[in-house]
Design a protein around this ligand. Structure first.
Ligand code: TMP
Ligand code: ASP
Length: 242
């Protein structure tokens, strides 16, 4: 299977066609951006780490009956995935208040939410990925009502599986972002990646608000030790191989 031509370059990944129209190849980059690409940098080794973490997590989810685009990893930074059309929606699930939820509502950082909060954002860099209401999402025809129900229920199932998995790694899953795609059979399946770039992960071994951060907030907030934190997430996951 050889990569033929690049289809798309995102901020953290490249997407290539392959000689099979049902299969695409994703190459994970070390590039990191934050705040809608206003901040740019490199996290050395991130491409390989995120590729490996995502592949583990996709397999954990597949084993729980959740369909994903994951096929296999032909190299350390490459993942073969099922070809899907990505829905232009970022699905965020939150268990603990952090990030934009705190900024926009005044809820204190670290507040445990009474139940998981599922939010939908419009995946549109030019508009700054705005928060959508369900009615706006339907008005804009970004998804059908059935797809919206599906996204909500899949997001909650994925959240529960990932909470349990990270708990067994001594990590608290604070929040995360998912992207879904539609395959050639009109099935909605989980796509993109699940990694410290797209999750907030807190180390249960410490309560120190800076030390506990094991995710891209280290880069966003200049907390240092970014590579080491990503590496530690991978090591914890590998120690828990399912
Ligand atoms: P937020 O608190 O900034 O809205 O982020 C919520 C979660 O979504 C957090 O785990 C980081 C992740 N995320 C992305 O993966 N990509 C993005 O563009 C944004 C804004 C957040
Ligand atoms: N906003 C994304 C993040 O902070 C990255 C970006 O948009 O450049 O995760």
């Amino acid at each position: 299977m050889s990569a033929l031509e690049p289809l798309y370059e995102g901020k953290a990944k490249l997407l290539y066609r392959t000689d099979d129209p049902e299969v695409l190849l994703t190459r994970f980059k070390d590039d990191a951006t934050a705040f809608n690409a206003q901040k740019r940098g490199q996290i050395v080794g991130k491409g390989a780490i995120n590729c490996e973490i995502s592949s583990y997590l996709f397999q954990v989810l597949e084993q729980s009956g959740i369909p994903t685009h994951f096929l296999d990893c032909p190299s350390a930074t490459e993942m073969r995935v099922r070809a899907v059309t990505i829905l232009p929606i970022e699905v965020v699930v939150r268990n603990i208040a952090a990030g934009s939820l705190c900024k926009q509502t005044g809820i204190a950082l670290g507040t445990v939410l009474p139940q998981p909060l599922v939010e939908f954002y419009y995946k549109n860099d030019a508009l700054g990925d705005p928060l959508l209401t369900r009615d706006r999402l339907l008005l804009m025809e970004l998804a059908t009502p059935e797809q919206l129900e599906m996204l909500q229920s899949q997001a909650l199932q994925i959240n529960q599986r990932l909470i349990d998995f990270f708990q067994s790694c001594g990590i608290t899953l604070v929040d995360f972002k998912l992207e879904f795609g539609v395959d050639s059979h009109q099935r909605v399946i989980l796509a993109d990646e699940i990694s410290p770039d797209t999750c907030r992960l807190w180390n249960q071994a410490t309560d120190d608000p800076n030390q506990r951060v094991m995710d891209k907030d280290r880069f966003r907030q200049d907390l240092g030790q970014v590579e080491a934190a990503y590496q530690q997430v991978l090591e914890r996951i590998k120690g828990n191989r399912v």
